[in-house]
Ligand binder design. Structure first.
Ligand code: ATP
Length: 270
């Protein structure tokens, strides 16, 4: 059903404060926030507002969060869908979903459309994959290109898309007037991990003031999503042990547990 595929989140509470680190990426999307807040300022001088930007980076680094924060900062509706929703779709359905999505966003403009895992539909055409139904994927991609080209300069809908494989995307997507800006969202460094801990410790009841530098040092290679998981897991471990507050050892146990999970995941991939 429609509702399952894309939902207009009415209560977008994410703002840049929820996005730790990623200073460069935030700076780049800040411009998009300005466009959405005040489109006339730009178009009245004859400028063309960009139609789309590609958020590129590894899983769990905050691409979705950043897109939501753009909508939250600009106070505009957020429409989203995931490329993986289009896998194994009946003929014509993918294209009509895309058409619907753009129609809804235009009606509510200014607005953000977010397409997660765009590589699932935006893979270079003509290179067959194993999933079959390649024609339908191409139809969906073509519809997406058509919609973006069909935007007038005053549509005021900006499309953000996320991928961790920009290299396999159809070059047509990156052409001028489509996703002609790429914004890199990398794994956090030590300092950024400390900041991500800070954000995700906000709702956690901790026993002592935790040494965030220490926690950041225990988590090299962790994504923001992994760190969010650590904080949640630590609270669950403490609760399971009947504690009244979460302590340092709970965090260390949670880190071990997440590392265990990551190792398993990597084993499956390789
Ligand atoms: P995927 O490629 O797997 O879709 P993503 O890059 O879109 O991942 P998100 O879904 O935005 O990642 O991140 C998942 C969760 O991890 C977020 O909801 C948030 O709780 C946490 N997170 C990730 N990055 C950050 C960050 N930079 N600051 C704060 N929280 C973060």
């Amino acid at each position: 059903s429609k509702a399952k595929l894309f939902d207009e989140k009415k209560d977008i509470r994410a703002t840049f404060k929820d996005v730790a680190g990623l200073e460069g990426a935030k700076e780049e999307v800040q411009e998009i926030v300005e466009f959405l807040r005040n489109p006339e300022r730009y178009t009245s001088l004859g400028g063309k507002i960009p139609k789309g930007a590609l958020l590129v980076g590894p899983p769990g680094t905050g691409k979705t969060l950043l897109a939501k924060a753009v909508a939250g900062e600009a106070k505009v509706p957020f429409f989203s869908l995931s490329g993986s929703d289009f896998v194994e779709m009946f003929v014509g359905v993918g294209a009509s979903r895309v058409r619907d999505l753009f129609k809804q966003a235009k009606e509510k403009s200014p607005a953000i459309i977010f397409i997660d895992e765009i590589d699932a539909i935006g893979r270079a055409r003509g290179k067959n994959n194993f999933t079959g139904s390649n024609d339908e994927r191409e139809n969906t991609l073509n519809q997406l290109l058509t919609e973006m080209d069909g935007f007038g300069t005053n549509t005021n809908v900006i499309v953000l898309a996320a991928t961790n494989r920009a290299d396999i995307l159809d070059k047509a997507l990156m052409r001028a007037g489509r996703f002609d800006r790429q914004i890199y969202v990398d794994l956090p460094d030590l300092n950024e991990r400390r900041e991500i801990f800070e954000v995700h410790l906000r709702p956690i009841k901790t026993k002592e003031t935790l040494d965030l530098e220490f926690l950041a040092k225990q988590t090299p290679g962790f994504s923001g999503a992994d760190i969010a998981n650590v904080c949640n897991e630590a609270a669950l471990i403490a609760a399971r042990n009947g504690k009244k507050a979460v302590d340092r050892q709970d965090f260390l146990d949670a880190v071990d547990r997440i590392i265990g999970g990551l190792e398993k995941k990597n084993k499956i991939i390789t």
